[in-house]
Design a protein. Structure first.
Length: 198
């Protein structure tokens, strides 16, 4: 991992999100403050890790981090606010949920939500900042597990495989079966499916 240099602070939280692109489910965020005395080896962008490795790191991060928290915005909030504003809200919720207040927050991407402490957006932060990598792993594992649970209730859509992203298979099943209550109604493919379904 490339060491990213940020203004010195003892308690730095990293924040990342998973689930902006899918048609179904919440956007999930995580905030993590790592313990410098208990390093987590092998942190990287969650998308570049195998599922097995992500799950192992998830357990290690939860065990070793000084503080961690999850935030989310539900499909109804995404439809009402739009995906960008819902993501910012979910990030605010993750930071607010930390048991320790960070002195500084590093956010993956190119914009920061309004926070009560200084923050900095870091492009490609999930592969440059250990705290953001840890957050990306917690968020992705959490959301993937939610999709696996949703798959048990709605097996015809294949959520466990595509995690709600608009794959050809998902779009085909959406057109055939219509939308579940977990689908994001403001997203164009779901709008089209609702039109087909009515």
């Amino acid at each position: 991992m490339i060491e990213f240099i940020y203004p010195h602070a003892h308690l730095v939280a990293g924040v990342d999100e998973v689930g902006r692109g899918p048609l179904v489910g919440a956007v999930v965020t995580a905030a993590v403050i790592l313990d410098p005395t208990k390093p987590v080896i092998g942190l990287a962008d969650s998308k570049k890790l195998s599922e097995k490795r992500r799950n192992a790191l998830y357990d290690e991060i939860i065990e070793k981090a000084l503080a961690w928290s999850l935030g989310r915005a539900e499909p109804e909030e995404i439809d009402r606010l739009n995906i960008l504003h819902a993501t910012m809200l979910a990030m605010q919720r993750a930071v607010a949920g930390l048991a320790i207040t960070p002195e500084y927050v590093l956010i993956d991407g190119n914009r920061c939500p309004a926070l009560p402490m200084p923050s900095l957006a870091v492009v490609k932060g999930d592969s440059r900042v250990a705290e953001i990598s840890a957050a990306s792993i917690l968020a992705k594992v959490t959301r993937d597990r939610e999709m696996a649970t949703l798959d048990l209730n709605f097996p015809q859509y294949g959520f466990a495989q595509h995690k709600g992203y608009p794959t050809a298979f998902h779009l085909e099943k959406l057109a055939k079966h219509g939308a579940t209550e977990h689908h994001r109604r403001s997203f164009a493919p779901v709008k089209r499916a609702l039109g087909l379904a009515s």
